[in-house]
Design a protein around this ligand. Structure first.
Ligand code: PEP
Length: 250
């Protein structure tokens, strides 16, 4: 199995339903034959409509979150089963905004990952260190703990449905991008951890995305690194032309 190259968008809490439909419609129109996998992560309320719209498109759909409980009296939550029922194929989990603002710890994320996989979703699992950790040279131990805490207990079979996204928190939405060398070093380290856990072949097949102020100007340089398989894109995914330029760079 060859490693999948991918550009994924994360719309976060942006776009009304109408604006989201307009953006997805334009992407569908423009992205007909991409040379990599293309995924858009939208708010829950867009999923069913956008899934229908993308039915005959190569663009795949992701939720940005799912509940850590299966079902029941959890007002306001959206389960992995519900996400799957919309037609979405992926779920972004472990994003630093959810870890920081919604206190999603290793155990909560472990539950979410298990429920997403059990319901047939693929997971884009985000990891990354904050600025102080990078300055203290602790980035490797931080990402290792994040993997061990939430996804390294999975079986080899389950691991096939995991895409990793390295997103240094200091680079998300800040305009500060990790240098290609910093990102490549980390991606190579992550791949070595996956090799230790699941074997060399699984590591070779694992898609590892870079995220953090990746845009149409710096994407090509980042994607040229051997262990950077694509990008998880926030701000630049909200503008069709920018997102399409990043896809073209992959
Ligand atoms: C993200 O939120 O996943 C992200 C990478 O954001 P941005 O591209 O805006 O830094």
């Amino acid at each position: 199995m060859a490693r999948i190259k991918m550009v994924a968008g994360n719309w976060k809490m942006n776009k009304t339903l109408q604006e989201g439909v307009a953006l997805a419609t334009q992407l569908k129109e423009d992205v007909k034959n991409p040379s990599c996998a293309v995924v858009i992560g939208t708010p829950f309320i867009h999923l069913a409509t956008v899934a229908e719209l993308l039915k005959d498109s190569p663009i795949r759909l992701a939720a940005e979150n799912c509940a850590d409980k299966e079902k029941g009296a959890f007002t306001g939550e959206v389960s992995a089963e519900m996400v799957k029922s919309t037609g979405a194929e992926y779920c972004i989990l472990g994003h630093s905004e959810r870890r920081a603002y919604y206190h999603e710890d290793y155990e909560i994320l472990k539950n979410k990952v298990e429920l997403a996989l059990a319901n047939g979703l693929k997971v884009i699992f985000c990891i990354g260190e904050v600025k102080e950790e990078r300055e203290a040279g602790k980035q490797n131990e931080v990402v290792k703990a994040q993997l061990e805490g939430s996804v390294f207990h999975l079986s080899a079979e389950q691991w096939k449905n995991i895409t990793l996204a390295y997103e240094p928190v200091w680079a998300i939405g800040t305009g500060l991008t990790a240098t290609p060398a910093q990102a490549q070093d980390m991606h190579a380290y992550l791949r070595s951890l996956v090799a230790d856990k699941f074997g060399a072949a699984a590591a070779e097949d694992t898609t590892i995305l870079y995220g953090g102020s990746c845009n149409e100007k710096n994407a090509a340089e980042l994607f040229a690194c051997p262990d950077i398989d694509g990008g998880l894109i926030g701000g630049a995914a909200l503008v069709a032309e920018k997102f399409e330029a990043i896809i073209a760079a992959r």
